[in-house]
Design a binder for this molecule. Sequence first.
Ligand SMILES: Cc1cc2nc3c(=O)[nH]c(=O)nc-3n(C[C@H](O)[C@H](O)[C@H](O)COP(=O)(O)OP(=O)(O)OC[C@H]3O[C@@H](n4cnc5c(N)ncnc54)[C@H](O)[C@@H]3O)c2cc1C
Length: 251
Amino acid sequence: MPEFFTAPRLTLLSRPVFTEPAHLGVAWLGEASDGERLAEFAGRLCYMSQRNPAGRTTREYLENIKKQGHGSVLEHANYSILVEGVSRSLTHELVRHRAGFAYSQLSQRYVDESDAAFVVPPAIVGDAALETAWRTQVEGAQATYVALVDELMTRYGWVADKVHRRKMAREAARGVLPNSTETKVVVTANARAWRTMLELRASEAAELEIRRFAIATLRLLQDEAPAFFEDFEVYTAEDRREAARIAYHKV
Ligand SMILES: Cc1cc2nc3c(=O)[nH]c(=O)nc-3n(C[C@H](O)[C@H](O)[C@H](O)COP(=O)(O)OP(=O)(O)OC[C@H]3O[C@@H](n4cnc5c(N)ncnc54)[C@H](O)[C@@H]3O)c2cc1C
């Protein structure tokens, strides 16, 4: 039986490391992560205000940056997240976010999907009849995939390079795999780009699975670097699902 996901699995892979130059030290106030300090350092360089004349903490400084719409300062801080337990339909939507993003996704041409996991669409989780209907289709599709790969490996027996032969078989057989097939992707983006994506995909208008992913990503990033993301507010929408709204739109 395949594994079924009902939530994304997120792992923070990388965060900024800030090395303060000795000749341009900043009069920091308050606790902050390296990513937040990097952005503050970059912002302060513009006006050579390292002495911090307004006496702002890093959180207050970055709050003002967001309020003023100086989002380019946030582009210095990049975060990479390993995303698992999401569907191919989710990543199809996610990769539309281009500016400031980098992606590396599991290849269905190279990787055998005979034991692939699947993501249960949030709308049908908990409804036994719908889940059974969905599982029947998904498991049937996977069985067909396995049979097609097997058949195509025989058909392309004349291809000497076995890796290439497998690729030819898998790239054709994957045509029967459903949108719900689980995938893995490494996503890197700067704080400004994450904000733009999260605003769109954590909103009530977004599809439920990507919305659930966006809320989970938001929580991870709020924990990591609150000054970049604390103006997002998570709430329960009329459809009884979580959504998030932002105070400073598209900085
Ligand atoms: C609820 C919802 C429904 C959707 N439905 C559909 C749909 O039915 N069909 C469909 O095809 N897509 C759909 N999309 C995807 C949508 O059209 C965008 O492709 C996606 O949201 C990425 O937005 P973006 O281009 O602003 O993001 P990014 O590529 O991350 O860009 C961020 C910002 O950078 C700037 N920018 C980026 N690239 C350029 C450029 N080349 N030129 C000028 N400025 C640029 C823009 O200001 C842009 O807003 C939907 C999105 C959402 C949130």
